[in-house]
Design a protein. Structure first.
Length: 84
């Protein structure tokens, strides 16, 4: 399962999302496909252990993320996964 990242026009965001994709396991992909974060926290303030582990791995692979960019990256990944 390899998504088409060309739909992301901004090169920096595309690179960030592609890097994040490499950190996902099949279980993470299935989790994101079905997960709906609580409305009052979204991904940015999420304390779900699975989300926290994904964010940690994403940040290790593509250092320099802020909480906002991690949440944004997860939203993009979730959108891509749901459209596959």
């Amino acid at each position: 399962m390899n998504p088409n990242f060309d739909i992301i026009s901004d090169q920096q965001i595309r690179s960030m999302v592609q890097s994040a994709w490499t950190t996902l396991t099949p279980e993470n992909i299935e989790f994101l496909k079905n997960y709906n974060p609580p409305n009052n926290v979204g991904f940015i303030w999420n304390s779900n252990p699975d989300i926290e582990k994904m964010m940690e791995r994403i940040d290790q692979t593509y250092p320099g993320h802020s909480g906002t960019s991690l949440a944004y990256t997860l939203r993009i990944l979730q959108s891509i996964i749901r459209e596959m």
